[in-house]
Ligand binder design. Structure first.
Ligand SMILES: Nc1ncnc2c1ncn2[C@@H]1O[C@H](COP(=O)(O)OP(=O)(O)O)[C@@H](O)[C@H]1O
Ligand SMILES: [Mg+2]
Length: 250
């Protein structure tokens, strides 16, 4: 039995006259790894901003676990089990890697907690996320000195520490070298294998095609195509608009 965890119906977002997301409808099943790609400016990040509540939709409905979430603030959406990373790594510069993940774990707690210090449950959530992402040994390092790869894993760990049902990753492979791409593919596979539903925006086609069960290609805010990686590779519109310009399609 499949269960739809996320359902977007006729979602629009205008910035002035620009339709950044234009009549988008799609569904994601629980446990699925759903990939999203498309040219720069296609509206992919805006779509994530609508889903996470950072930007309100102009119209349309977004249902998560059967309930409308459109219009809720980001912390309420996070508490319902939807977490994300950002295209440009966001870390708190003054803290260690561990402190950054603790803040994520704290943000994800639904209960009222003391304003100072972290309780045992928050600490154990942060510990689990650090171990899952392979950052356990780097926990005491200052976050601002971390490599690009560690900053990306740190953002993932902070999101995972909120214990989400759905994790959204915005171009996590950008700026990584070949070996790091392989390591991150393996990490995302492990998270997916553990049952997490993942929405993955990615330009690195090798990674997107290797990981995704279904792929949505966006263009000018609209759906250009949706299907399995094989269907997407063969789709003549997708080749014309997008894949034809992307080197290294695997
Ligand atoms: N806050 C904003 N204000 C005005 N225009 C925006 C804003 N955010 C995104 N856009 C525009 O919306 C379009 C889609 O952007 P974006 O979602 O970042 O695309 P992608 O992530 O696919 O590259 C672009 O034309 C971008 O300039
Ligand atoms: Mg983007």
């Amino acid at each position: 039995m499949t269960e739809t965890i996320l359902e977007c119906a006729g979602v629009n977002r205008y910035f002035g006259a620009l339709a950044a997301v234009n009549g988008l409808s799609f569904q994601v099943e629980r446990g699925q790894l759903f990939g999203i790609a498309g040219p720069n400016g296609a509206g992919k990040t805006t779509l994530f901003n609508l889903l996470s509540g950072h930007v309100p939709a102009s119209s349309g409905t977004i249902r998560f676990k059967g309930e409308e979430i459109q219009g809720l603030p980001p912390h309420r959406i996070c508490h319902r089990g939807l977490a994300r990373t950002f295209q440009i790594p966001q870390v708190f510069g003054s803290g260690t890697i561990e402190e950054n993940v603790l803040v994520g774990a704290y943000f994800g707690r639904r209960e009222r907690l003391p304003a100072f210090g972290f309780d045992r449950e928050t600490r154990s959530r942060a510990d689990r996320a650090l171990e899952m992402t392979g950052l356990g040994a780097h926990r005491r390092a200052p976050a601002h000195l971390a490599s690009v790869f560690d900053k990306k894993r740190l953002m993932m760990a902070s999101a995972l520490a909120t214990e989400p049902d759905l994790l959204m990753l915005d171009e996590p492979f950008g700026g990584l070298n070949h070996g790091e791409i392989d390591d991150l593919i393996a990490l995302i596979r492990r998270l997916h294998g553990a049952g997490l539903t993942i929405l993955l925006i990615e330009h690195v086609m090798r990674a997107l095609m290797a990981l995704s069960e279904r792929v949505l290609i966006m263009h000018h805010g609209e759906e250009l195509a949706e299907g399995t990686p094989d269907e997407i590779r063969r789709n003549s519109h997708v080749i014309q608009v997008y894949l034809g310009r992307t080197a290294g399609v695997a």
